[in-house]
Structures are given as structure tokens and as C-alpha cells.
Write a protein that binds this ligand. Structure first.
Ligand SMILES: [Zn+2]
Length: 729
């Protein structure tokens, strides 16, 4: 299950018409990545209106709906800025993008627009930053597109001595300028200079966003305060919104009509009863093994079949991994038993969530798949016992799941909405959001096997992130699905988990269904034809009345935000600037008080133990750091402690060639430890710290680290000379 418990629900969906002059000769894959933002055509009036304060040289936050062409507005501003310099002087623009697809898109749009005007455009993203000289690229180009962390790093290590090298900075999605976000770190540098009275010129600052937000504001005054704080962070003295050309804007960007549907749960759920019983049994096995269960079982409200329960499992697994006993063999046995019990509980919990939102059959298939895989691998005593306990209940589960009276009423509602919408308009195209990947698969099967809906021919799109059980889709695979959805008219529905945070434009559709979907949805949907966009609808289907209330709250917050902006726009500019200045001083003092001392390096040698079976793996003194972010272990002894299997997706990145995966050498453990790579002339393991438990030799205290950067030991850089005796490839 991929989502943490999120208690926000924020639906914002916008429709933009696809331009009719779309270049049809484009090959299908580039149509997704070089969208229709670039056009040397004349700007719309509202775009000119939005650009005006920035063109007058003011630091400005431009707030306008997704899809209205803010990129084009930033091109206008940028062009005006570069052209205003007299002979002999030059401007230099930096454009920040947070997400990789947005970065790629901006780079291509800016290059097309400015290279024909004789300006040089270049980009540096996290993927390219190691192999290029940032300083030179900044020096030699007029417009530089960056992911912000790169500039943060360059300012920290002095590669770029000062922000004064730039004359204009543009922050895309500028509402992120808060807390420790790289945007804010850049602005801390800027504000320290400004407030410190530096005589170096500072660049003009422009922020682009669809929504400045209101934070936790409960009234207009608090909303105004929140927006002022964002303005202070970006040193903005103006907020540009469309006011004179609203009608033209509303013609270009539509908001869909929203509907809320409260759906019912099953009245009786035998499947849930049986699985809950199985979970209770498994929990008591855990308690028996632990002898002293401690506080682990005292976490409140961990009901079966909830995301809270999932979090409890993660918590217990963490604590089990550092569980210690004087008898090491016993400790190893107990740790492994706990590991197995907890992974089974996780699967049962997943199955309950599938059962709640989809068919029992889908939940049962999920379980049967899991047990089939268990049999195919190690299949030790504990696994055999758990499998037998499941199989004792299997027949009853089978017969319940095929009983038509156990149909999920939620699916009946979903089916009803879909049927009705396709009856009203057979050309409807739908996007359906659900919260987990397992549910994506379950709903796809349900639609395909439902004679009333099978005409929809569903396709699926999932996020790029990795979870415990599954690997996400790659960016090209995502683009391919979207291309097919765009071009294949038979393919009427796309089922997806959240891809909102990944900067992906969703293809044409006019019906959006959020099915028990919790979380943020800010979507841009392209549609062809004005009528379709105008008739577009968005349904929120949920059994949880709170969710509907939350969404209504968000609609109210949006009204507050718009009202607060209107108020701020009436303020006298000098008064506003003074207010911003006061906030900046206050925030600087808070920052100064919060600065933490450098963490103290822990030089004591520690052991790394396998997180699953607690077998000794290596000492921290044998660990070497490769290219600042990878970690290997030197010495022949370590090679005895792991086994390797050829990697299913061998790949090269830079000097590193991924060859195999490595596992704990204990045959009854086989825990995933990392990968085996070829680096320069050497074959070496790269281990991930998340697979191990760290034990302090002196005290015996065990701790866990999720990432190497959280592990504060003496990180010795890899030295090829040290390796030259042995281990040569
Ligand atoms: Zn192990």
C-alpha cells in the first residue's frame, strides 16, 4: 500500500482545450513531452495583464489557474527582461522547476523560443549535474533551467559565489517556498544579502503558481497573513491575478462541476470476519514468540483493514529488527519468525482494504497469489503453518466470495454513475483515481468482467515510486499509456493512483471519478472541443462523510484565498512593502535561533547485522564511500556473507554498471542486501543501510537507519589503491 495516511483532500481539476493547430506530424512519443505550451503566436490579453507588473521590474507572484499558459507568461517576462539591457550589458535568467518532466518541458520550450532570438539556453538537472561544470554553464548561457537543489549545492560549496550573477530568477510552483524546501534555502541566501545591506545587485524574483494557498487559516485575516508570509519569502511586492480579462480566461480554462456521493458499506461482511479472526490468531502467535510483547500491542485504534494498521506493522517490524537476546541463535530464530508473521499480517490487511473497496473475489485472488509465491520460495515451518491456517478457511472464503448477496454496494454506485454518464454521452472519457496499486488491478478486472461495463476497455497508469511489493511504472511506460489513451478511442477509461506529484499531464477526458480517494489531486486535463470541457464533471465517491466535509472546507478555503488576494491588491504598495520587510526581519531572527550545530561524528566502530536474521555482515570500519552516495565493503571476508543473483534489469549509470542483486548468504534468510556492480576495474557490492541493523560494539545497543545520510559514522572515501591487492575483476 503506497500512501501514508493522509488527511487532506484537495480536488482541483482544470480543463484546457487542446489547440487546434497542433502539429500532427509530431511522432507520438514527443507529443506527450513537448506539449502545446510553445507557440510563437500572439499572447492572449490576460497573459499580457499577468506579465505587466513583472515587466515593470517588480518582484511578483503570478497566481493563475493551471493550464492558462503561465509558461507563456514567463517567456514574455523573460524576453522583455533580456531585451531591456543597453548595449554592453547583459541579463542572465535562471528558471527553477521542481519536477523532472516539467524541467524537460521548460528546457525545450525556452530553447525553441529564445535560440531563434540569439540567446543561449542550457539546463542542468540532478541527472546531469555530476558530469558537467555548473559554473561554466551559468557563465556561458543567457537562460539556465535548473532543478533548485543544484543551485543550493553550488551556493553551499561556493561554485556559484553569489546570486548576483543572475538578473532574474523565476520559481515555478512557487507556493513551495517555505520551511526547508530548496526554494526557501535559495531565498534565505537572497534575504540574508538583502537584509545584511549588501551592495551587490540582487536579481528580480518572479513566482508562478496556481494557488498561493492559505495554510491552516480559518478566516480572511489569517489567510491574508499566510499570503503575506509567502510574499515575504519571495520578497514579492505584487501579486498578479487576472482581473480585467476574466471572461477571456474563463473561456480558456474551465473548472468541472463537482458532485459528492456518499456511498454505503456492506451491512454484513463474512469475509472481513474470517480474515480478522486469522489476523487475531497471527497476532497471538507474535505475542507468544515475543514472550514479553512490551508496548507494541498498546497502540490504539489499530483496526484491521486500515492504513493505521499498516503503519502499526511498519512500527513493529522496526522494533523487531532491533530486538536482542543473550542467546544469539534464539534471537535470530525469533527475529525471523516475527518478520514472517508481520509480512503475512500486512498481506491480510491489504486484502481487507481490497475487499472494502472492490470485490471479495479480488481480495481472495490477491491472497491466493501471495500464498502461491510463498510455496514457490523457501517455505519453512512457520510459512507452512500459516499457509495451513489460511487453507483451512479457504473453502469458506471461496463460497462467500461467489455469493451474489455479498456484492459490494460501493461498486454498484460506481457502476450506476458510469452507466448513466455513458448513456447521456457515449463519447465520454473517464479517469478513475483510487488509492492503492492493488486496487487499480482489482477495479480493472471488475470492469472487464462486468458485462455492463466491459465496453469501457480500461487501461491503467501507476506512479513511478517503489513500494514494498511492486516497482513503479517508468516515465516512458507512463507516457506510452497516456499516448494510447489519447489515440485509442475504444479505450474509454483510465484507472490510476496519484500521479499528481509527478508533473504528468493527463490526456483528454471529461469525467473524473475519485473513488475513496484521499489526498491531493491537482490535475490538468486536456480536452478536445469546447463542449466537452464545458460539460465536464468530477465525482467524489466515499463512504466517509468527513472526506466530503473536508473537500467542502477546501472549497471554502479557496474562496478565502481569492478574497484575501483581492484585499492585498488594494493595499498601498509602500505599506505592503513595509509589512513584508517586518515579516522578513522576524523570520530571519527565528532562523538564527534555530540553527543547529553540526552533528558530531560518531567514530566508534559498529557492526552491521542482517535486518532479517541478525547474521553479522560487516564492521563500519570496512565500509567505503563511492562517489559520495554509494557504500561498499572492503575485504574478502564479506564476500562469504552474501550470495548474488543476476540482476533482472542490468543498467549502467556513469562509472557504475549494475550486474546482480545480493542477498544474505544464510539459505533460510536470503534477505535483500543491495546490488553487485562493476565500478571502474572492480566488481564490488553496494549495500543499502535499510537492510541492516546497526549494533554498537561497546554497548550492544541496536538502531536502524533508513538512509545512509542519516547514519553519522566516519565515511571513508573509496580508494582504488586499497583494492589493488585482490578483488580485481
Ligand atoms: Zn539474513
Amino acid at each position: 500500500l503506497e500512501d501514508d495516511e493522509m488527511n487532506t483532500c484537495d480536488i482541483q481539476i482544470f480543463y484546457k482545450e487542446e489547440p487546434e493547430n497542433q502539429n500532427l506530424s509530431q511522432n507520438s512519443c514527443s507529443s506527450a513531452e513537448a506539449p502545446h505550451t510553445y507557440s510563437p503566436l500572439k499572447p492572449r490579453n490576460y497573459q499580457l495583464e499577468l506579465a505587466l507588473p513583472a515587466q515593470k521590474g517588480k518582484n511578483t507572484i503570478i497566481c493563475a489557474p493551471t493550464g492558462c499558459g503561465k509558461t507563456f507568461v514567463s517567456l514574455l517576462i523573460c524576453e522583455h527582461h533580456l531585451k531591456k539591457f543597453p548595449q554592453g550589458q547583459k541579463g542572465k535568467v535562471v528558471f527553477f522547476a521542481i519536477q523532472l518532466p516539467v524541467y524537460e518541458q521548460q528546457k525545450s520550450v525556452f530553447a525553441k523560443h529564445f535560440e531563434r532570438l540569439g540567446y543561449k539556453v542550457a539546463g542542468i538537472s540532478g541527472a546531469t549535474s555530476d558530469t558537467v561544470c555548473v559554473e561554466q554553464i551559468v557563465e556561458n548561457n543567457d537562460i539556465i533551467i535548473l532543478t533548485p537543489q543544484i543551485l543550493v549545492n553550488c551556493l553551499a560549496d561556493g561554485t556559484i559565489p553569489s546570486l548576483s550573477v543572475f538578473t532574474l530568477m523565476i520559481f515555478d510552483e512557487c507556493h513551495n517556498t517555505s520551511k526547508q524546501h530548496p526554494y526557501n534555502v535559495i531565498m534565505f541566501n537572497y534575504l540574508d544579502k538583502k537584509l545584511g545591506g549588501s551592495s551587490d545587485p540582487l536579481p528580480q524574483v518572479i513566482g508562478l503558481t496556481a494557488s498561493v494557498g492559505v495554510g491552516d487559516a480559518k478566516n480572511k485575516a489569517e489567510a491574508t497573513e499566510h499570503i503575506c508570509k509567502l510574499c515575504a519569502s519571495l520578497d514579492a511586492s505584487a501579486i498578479a491575478t487576472v482581473r480585467d480579462n476574466l471572461e477571456e480566461l474563463e473561456e480558456a480554462v474551465y473548472k468541472p462541476q463537482k458532485f459528492f456521493r456518499k456511498v454505503e458499506l456492506r451491512t454484513a461482511d463474512r469475509f472481513k470476519c474470517i480474515m480478522s479472526q486469522l489476523m487475531m490468531e497471527t497476532e497471538s502467535l507474535v505475542k507468544r514468540v515475543l514472550e514479553e510483547p512490551g508496548n507494541l500491542f498498546q497502540i490504539q485504534n489499530r483496526n484491521f483493514g486500515t492504513q493505521k494498521y499498516e503503519q502499526w506493522i511498519v512500527q513493529v517490524q522496526k522494533e523487531c529488527a532491533v530486538f536482542q537476546m543473550p542467546d544469539k541463535d534464539k534471537e535470530s530464530r525469533i527475529c525471523k519468525a516475527l518478520f514472517l508473521y508481520m509480512s503475512h499480517l500486512r498481506i491480510y490487511n491489504d486484502a481487507l482494504i481490497i475487499n472494502e473497496h472492490a470485490r471479495m473475489k479480488d481480495a481472495l485472488d490477491y491472497l491466493k497469489d501471495f500464498f502461491r509465491n510463498i510455496r514457490a520460495a523457501g517455505f519453512d515451518e512457520i510459512e507452512q503453518d500459516l499457509t495451513q491456517r489460511f487453507e483451512e478457511k479457504l473453502q469458506e472464503l471461496e463460497s462467500i466470495s461467489t455469493d451474489p448477496s455479498n456484492e459490494n454496494p460501493k461498486l454498484r454506485d460506481l457502476c450506476f454513475i458510469l452507466q448513466e454518464e455513458y448513456h447521456l454521452n457515449p463519447e465520454t472519457r473517464t479517469i478513475l483515481f483510487v488509492k492503492t496499486r492493488a486496487l487499480v488491478d482489482a477495479l480493472k478486472k471488475w470492469i472487464e468482467e462486468n458485462p455492463k461495463l466491459s465496453f469501457l476497455k480500461p487501461s491503467v497508469l501507476t506512479g513511478r515510486g517503489k513500494t514494498n511489493q511492486t516497482i513503479g511504472m517508468t516515465l516512458p511506460a507512463q507516457k506510452c499509456v497516456l499516448d494510447t489513451f489519447r489515440s485509442d478511442k475504444d479505450n474509454k477509461i483510465l484507472i490510476t493512483t496519484s500521479v499528481a506529484d509527478e508533473g504528468i499531464d493527463i490526456a483528454q477526458c471529461n469525467l473524473v471519478v475519485l473513488y475513496e480517494y484521499v489526498g491531493n489531486v491537482i490535475k490538468m486535463i486536456q480536452t478536445r472541443g469546447r463542449g466537452r470541457a464545458r460539460g465536464s464533471k468530477c465525482f467524489l465517491l466515499t463512504a466517509n462523510a468527513d472526506l466530503i466535509d473536508k473537500e467542502k472546507m477546501n472549497m471554502y478555503k479557496e474562496e478565502m484565498m481569492n478574497a484575501a488576494i483581492l484585499i492585498l491588491q488594494t493595499w498601498d504598495e509602500a505599506v505592503f512593502k513595509e509589512k513584508i520587510h517586518q515579516i522578513q526581519i522576524r523570520e530571519k531572527i527565528i532562523r538564527a535561533n534555530q540553527e543547529k550545530p553540526e552533528p558530531v561524528l560518531d567514530k566508534k566502530t559498529k557492526k552491521l547485522l542482517c535486518k532479517k536474521c541478525k547474521a553479522f555482515a560487516c564492521y563500519t570500519a570496512d565500509i567505503r564511500m563511492v562517489e559520495k552516495c554509494h557504500f561498499t565493503v572492503v575485504g574478502e571476508a564479506f564476500r562469504e556473507r552474501f550470495v548474488s543473483k543476476l540482476h533482472p534489469t542490468p543498467k549502467s549509470f556513469g562509472n557504475i554498471e549494475k550486474r546482480a542483486k545480493i542477498y544474505c548468504a544464510r539459505p533460510d534468510c536470503s534477505h535483500d542486501w543491495g546490488i553487485l556492480v562493476k565500478y571502474k576495474a572492480f566488481e564490488m557490492p553496494f549495500i543499502k543501510i535499510g537492510s541492516f541493523v546497526v549494533e554498537d560494539i561497546a554497548t550492544g545497543v541496536q538502531t536502524l537507519r533508513a538512509q545512509w545520510k542519516d547514519f553519522n559514522f566516519e565515511k571513508i572515501p573509496f580508494d582504488a589503491a586499497e583494492m589493488s591487492h585482490g578483488a580485481q575483476d
